[in-house]
Design a protein around this ligand. Structure first.
Ligand code: COS
Length: 400
């Protein structure tokens, strides 16, 4: 196991940290009050080469590792989870295409975006009002009509949709086959995609989510990614990768909560001492630090596994739920350590609390992550022999 980065990737990680210090942290609180998509910051991130890292070199991208991507997401997440989500939206939107599309398809549909020729952003359209955790129940339909598909349906909670120009759409081509009937399409906005309700959220207000409406949207048949029916597995493989990215944003939030709390605890005096010297506060900081360290290692391991071409399903689920739970707990602890100041919106802790909550929900609730992880654990246990035996009805038997 080697989590070291190449020289190019190290420079990228340093650039992401510097970008966060220069552009994200100073403006995060002020921008979220206006509740607008941080267009100029995403544009700068694009120019700084922090986006589209996973697009292969043959399709005009930098072809960076998922491990490198997690360094960028942790750095930007430290500054603002909402902006990190906005900057990383293409990772989710284009991952199904990197997994299932041909290089020619990537060149036709994705390259113009990542080289800045046509729009810049994509949106991943899986969730519907009645298909959230149960992703296999999507009702959006795609019907073949000679050399085209006609798409009808409504997606919701779609990150960056109002500013996107390419939509990665999961739709059923054979509803009777349930998950085996789901297919995935690349749908340019210009084909008639329209926006519905824009969500008004508690946190991560520097990212935007909306409904996306497909009403008799016609796309050429070559917009199908892979084969008809490949969609569900492509979605699952996508999420195995991108959940490491969410874990990285969460690690950044958890670290920021620790840093703000520690800084406060070392300067805030009560009873004649910095409050960090009281064990109740000091031990809380220690627990917060351990959570950050563990979240970071789980995240990097999940990304590293994917980079090695190994199954990382269980480990990316571990990373996602552990890191986002750590972010939520650390943000809660930071608010508590900062007392009344923690609850003021001019101070940094309350935003961390609001932003962290979404990390436990999006890209698969933490309950879904535990479903994925526990299924893998039970599957692995079938070929497990711990060596323990009991006498059972007169014979040696594994415990029942
Ligand atoms: N990689 C490849 N294939 C996978 C897979 C993975 N990680 N996980 C499941 N599959 C395959 C299974 O092997 C199975 O294949 P077969 O039909 O050939 O047997 C198929 O997919 C169906 O798997 P399963 O029965 O486990 O699917 P479920 O419908 O029970 O759903 C969960 C499983 C809950 C894990 C899935 O629906 C999920 O991740 N839901 C959350 C969706 C989500 O994250 N939404 C957020 C929106 S994105 S912002």
């Amino acid at each position: 196991m080697d989590f070291s980065l190449t020289e190019k990737e190290q420079k990228l990680a340093e650039r992401a940290r510097e970008f966060t210090r220069q552009y994200i942290t100073p403006r995060a609180q002020e921008l979220e009050k206006h509740d607008e998509f941080p267009k100029d910051i995403v544009q700068k991130a694009y120019e700084a080469g922090l986006m589209n890292l996973h697009i292969p070199v043959e399709a005009g991208g930098p072809g960076m590792s998922l491990l490198a991507e997690t360094f960028v997401s942790e750095a930007t997440g430290y500054g603002c989870a909402g902006m990190a989500t906005s900057i990383m939206c293409n990772n989710l939107a284009f991952a199904p295409l990197v997994i299932g599309a041909t290089i020619d398809q990537l060149k036709t549909y994705v390259k113009p975006l990542i080289t800045g020729k046509e729009g810049k952003l994509g949106a991943f359209c899986l969730t519907e009002r009645t298909a959230g955790s149960d992703a296999a129940s999507v009702a959006t339909k795609a019907v073949r009509d000679r050399d085209e598909y006609i798409i009808n349906g409504v997606k919701c909670f779609i990150t960056s949709a109002p500013v996107a120009s390419l939509f990665t759409v999961f739709a059923t081509t054979q509803p009777e086959l349930k998950h085996k009937g789901i297919s995935v399409f690349m749908v340019p906005k210009s084909k008639g995609v329209s926006m519905g309700h824009i969500e008004n959220k508690v946190g991560q207000r520097n990212s935007v989510q909306s409904e996306v409406i497909f009403q008799d949207v016609r796309v050429p048949a070559d917009c199908l990614v892979g084969k008809e029916g490949d969609g569900f597995k492509i979605a699952m493989k996508t999420l195995d990768k991108t959940r490491a990215g969410i874990a990285a944003i969460a690690t950044g939030v958890a670290q920021r909560a620790l840093d703000e709390a520690a800084r406060f605890a070392s300067v805030r005096h009560q009873f004649g001492h910095p409050i960090g010297e009281f064990q109740g506060i000091g031990f809380t900081l220690a627990d917060m630090g351990a959570r950050v360290a563990a979240a970071r290692q789980l995240t990097r391991y999940a990304a590293w596994l994917a980079d090695q071409g190994k199954d990382n399903s269980k480990d990316s689920a571990f990373a996602k739920f552990f890191a986002s739970d750590a972010a939520m707990q650390n943000a809660t602890d930071a608010v508590q350590i900062m007392g009344g100041y923690g609850y003021l919106n001019e101070w940094p802790a309350e935003k961390l609390l609001r932003d962290a909550k979404l990390l436990q929900i999006y890209e698969g609730t933490n309950q879904v992550q535990r479903v994925v992880a526990s299924s893998a654990i039970l599957k692995e246990s079938k070929s497990l022999d711990t060596g323990f035996r009991v006498k059972y009805e007169g014979r040696d038997a594994p415990i029942i």
